[in-house]
Design a protein around this ligand. Structure first.
Ligand code: SF4
Ligand code: SF4
Length: 302
């Protein structure tokens, strides 16, 4: 039986796959995209979220931690000196939920039972379970075990992945995944590396191998200001996607900033555009290019 680290279970989602879905968000990612809207997912370890606005003036419960002090009325946290143990000790300490520990460990049996709770909704809607993150395939043993058990119950399974993992992690789960929701962020290796700190070679090689084995691949393209928001760049991405045998669907995901406050709460710098992408014509042109040249089915997501 596998164990894993997750940070959220979202029920009744109608995105991220067919029908009504439950999404299991696993912790840890192998990329570091500056536009990431789930920064609490980046570290595989528990993350500490703090919101000064709802901290109680009269309280000092968390200052038992050597890394936390109250100075001139405000709570100051020295995150650099905190161990995982220090963070774990803060679980359930804060009465106002101004200080929260995000991410916990769970066994596959516990997670399976949580995911099975919504089986009637999956059955009714043609939905199922989506594994997301972070990068869920960093925990491929857990995903493979859960997905196999869910499929045995006739539950549809999907994985959202950035494809930046060793091939063996993908290979392990391929037989148990009905739908691959795969990020294709760029096809230029230098630009990809400088923005995400990852290897484009690995991503593209994985796409080549996956396309021979998966039954359904949906390509998802986050369209991000100054990263890939030109016609030339989107066309190069579409050209690559269209050449994959099992890829007939493509989603264009315009950049948004809904997760920006999370960076503040995690005390992380936000280093991407401060405004959402506002280029509807660019997206329409890309859609037209993909549909007229390749018969890809393109969805522009809001
Ligand atoms: S425990 Fe919560 S409310 Fe109390 S001082 Fe710490 S952050 Fe503020
Ligand atoms: S791959 Fe996804 S989860 Fe990982 S850093 Fe990029 S946007 Fe965030």
């Amino acid at each position: 039986m596998e164990t894993g680290h997750y940070f959220n279970i979202q029920r009744f989602s109608t995105h991220d796959g067919d029908g009504i879905r439950t999404i299991l968000f696993l912790k840890g990612c192998s990329l570091n995209c500056p536009w990431c809207q789930n920064p609490e997912s980046l570290s595989a370890k528990p993350s500490l979220v703090f919101d000064q606005r709802i901290c109680l003036d009269s309280c000092s419960l968390c200052t038992g931690c050597p890394a936390i002090n109250r100075e001139q009325g405000d709570i100051q946290i020295d995150r650099t000196s905190m161990s995982v143990g220090d963070i774990e000790n803060l679980r359930q300490v804060c009465p106002a939920e101004a200080l929260c520990v995000v991410g916990e460990e769970a066994g596959s049996e516990e997670l399976y039972e949580l995911l099975m709770r919504d089986k009637p909704f999956y059955d009714q809607s043609g939905g199922g379970v989506t594994f997301s993150g972070g990068e869920p395939l960093l925990q491929s043993g857990l995903v493979a075990e859960l997905a196999q058990r869910l499929q045995q119950q006739n539950i549809n399974t999907a994985v959202e992945t950035c494809m930046h993992v060793p091939w063996k992690n993908i290979e392990r789960v391929v037989p148990h995944v009905d739908c691959w929701l795969t990020d294709l962020k760029h096809v230029d290796a230098e630009k990809f590396q400088s923005w995400t700190k990852g290897s484009m070679t690995r991503v593209l090689a994985n796409f080549g191998r996956l396309s021979n084995e998966a039954s359904r691949i949906v390509i998802r393209v986050p369209v991000v200001p100054d990263f890939n928001d030109t016609e030339e760049e989107l066309q190069a991405i579409i050209d690559f996607a269209a050449a994959l045998p099992q890829c007939h669907e493509l989603h264009l995901l315009p950049y948004h900033i809904l997760g920006i406050n999370k960076y503040h709460l995690l005390d992380l710098p936000y280093q991407c555009a401060r405004e959402p992408l506002d280029k509807p014509e660019l997206l329409e042109h890309a859609k037209h290019y993909a549909e007229s040249n390749y018969q890809l089915s393109v969805t522009i997501r809001g």
